[in-house]
Design a protein around this ligand. Structure first.
Ligand code: BG6
Length: 480
């Protein structure tokens, strides 16, 4: 592993993302020994004029309070310094550079090498100017080694053109290997498990194709609404917030061919091919919804047609997947909180048990909550009678891996950026291909050509979505 001085700069240090995700992830890395006191320093940067201690006090409440944490929390907070400045102000970034350099000198960094990680917990509108400031004033200039890396979060644009513009602006300042586009779904344990599952198990290899699979669902549900984020959410809607990024990334890993190796570029090459094989989405294969009460948020316009729910079918035009619907479904204010992948297999030909009605084989990967994988299969109903029943082969992580702590997505991804591993980050051409799929339909939604159907909070979403599922050939199963 690389050693030497590591400076982590969190820009937007007093914002929501930083407090709720970035700093807690950094703390967990520190607590587990991945960030070493003698090497690392963390800098918060934001506009508010506060002292180091004031920032530390603000962050304390977001850090774990469990047994044994108090001492670690205090020593972690001591690693944090605060620099205030605006996002287009050379002076602020010069001050940041001075603070980092001071730290590097004080740590007597190994032969002057300097590793600088800039985490932009900021709205994308300021990315270009912030990147320019970093490039001009705060990046690593040591000719003795080290690096500068930039971490950015979605939304990367609103459509193809705006995303490309953003990519070019950042791309003029930093090279692709320096840019880490986070999609936190790629940091989830069971998403990271997908390639292992698919390519390290003989079971799946011959079955994972159009000959055996009837349809695949990738589902995201939340049982709460936009909760104070209505103003932000209304500009984007559920497709940009969840489907175009999180669910599509999962789809890539489910559908891609085996990469030549585990090198990040090989994996991302295969993901791009999947995206490029998606055919245009058909009107009749989209259902949009908006929950009743969404517009009660004063920051949401009364005439908003922004979808808070969508079910849509993507079709991949290649040898493996022709004819298999990939059903992407996401919604806010539904009846449960869950993210899962459901692979439904075709019926058994010449079924002598007449068991199709009970359901088909299904392989379910539950990403959250309670990570699990289970396989629905037909067995003889135990007892004297010869009848069949749907049952499950179940691998629930909590039971099987008792005592093992599953890391938070952000924790893992930040560690990857420090290591320089881009496997779980979105490459520029991947981003472009993802926007190419959704831009036409998003533009039409924006023009009001699709209507978001109303649904009750706490429901399954509009009934039309279940009808679409049925039309796509999904067969409900009935367990024991
Ligand atoms: C974010 C979305 O990217 O993901 C939110 O902007 C959503 O709207 C969140 O709530 C869900 O993440 P998770 O990890 O809780 O499924």
């Amino acid at each position: 592993p690389e050693t030497g001085c590591l400076s982590i700069v969190v820009l937007g240090a007093s914002g929501d993302l930083a407090k709720k995700k970035t700093f807690p992830a950094l703390y967990n890395l520190y607590r587990q020994g991945f960030l070493r006191k003698n090497e690392v320093h963390i800098f918060g940067y934001a506009r508010t004029n506060i002292t180091d201690d004031e920032l530390r006090d603000r962050l304390r409440g977001y850090l774990p309070q469990g047994t044994g944490d108090a001492e670690y929390v205090s020593s972690f907070l001591q690693l944090i310094k605060y620099v205030s400045g605006s996002y287009d102000d050379p002076e602020g970034f010069q001050a940041l550079d001075n603070a980092i350099s001071e730290h590097e000198i004080s740590k007597n960094s190994t032969e002057g090498s300097s590793r600088r990680l800039f985490y932009l917990a900021l709205p994308p509108s300021v990315y270009p100017q912030v990147c320019k400031m970093i490039k001009n004033y705060s990046m690593n200039r040591s000719d003795l080694g080290g690096w500068t890396r930039i971490v950015v979060e979605k939304p990367f644009g609103r459509d193809l053109a705006s995303a490309e513009e953003l990519s070019s602006q950042i791309g003029e300042l930093f090279e692709e290997p320096q840019i880490y586009r986070i999609d936190h779904y790629l940091g989830k344990e069971l998403v990271q498990n997908l390639l292992v599952l698919r390519f390290a198990n003989r079971f799946f290899l011959p079955l994972w194709n159009r000959d055996n699979i009837a349809n695949i669902q990738i589902v995201f549900r939340e049982d709460f609404g936009t909760e104070g984020r209505g103003g932000y959410f209304d500009q984007y809607g559920i497709i940009r917030d969840i489907i175009q990024n999180h669910l599509l990334q999962v789809l890539c890993l489910v559908a891609m061919e085996k990469p030549v190796s585990l090198k990040p570029e090989h994996i991302r090459d295969e993901k791009v091919k999947v995206l490029q094989s998606v055919v245009p989405i058909q009107d009749e294969e989209v259902v949009l919804g908006q929950y009743d009460g969404y517009k009660d948020d004063p920051t949401v316009p009364d005439i908003s047609n922004t979808p808070t729910f969508a079910t849509m079918i993507l079709r991949i035009h290649n040898e493996r997947w022709e004819g298999v619907p990939f059903i992407l479904k996401a919604g806010k204010a539904l009846n449960s909180r869950k993210a899962e992948i459901r692979v439904q297999f075709k019926s058994v030909p010449g079924d002598i048990f007449k068991c199709e009605k009970q359901g088909r084989n299904e392989f379910v990967i539950r990403l959250q909550p309670s990570e699990a994988m289970y396989m629905k299969l037909t067995v003889k109903k135990p007892g004297l009678e010869m009848s069949t029943v749907q049952s499950e082969l179940d691998l629930s992580y909590r039971q099987r891996y008792q005592g093992l702590v599953i890391p938070e997505a952000y924790e893992r991804l930040i560690l990857d950026t420090i290591k320089g591993d881009q496997q779980h980050f979105v490459r520029r051409d991947e981003l472009r291909a993802a926007w190419e799929i959704f831009t036409p339909i998003l533009h039409r939604i924006d023009k009001g050509e699709y209507k978001s159907l109303p649904y009750k909070p706490g429901s399954r979403g509009p009934a039309e979505a279940d009808e679409l599922l049925e039309r796509a050939g999904y067969v409900q199963t009935h367990g024991y």
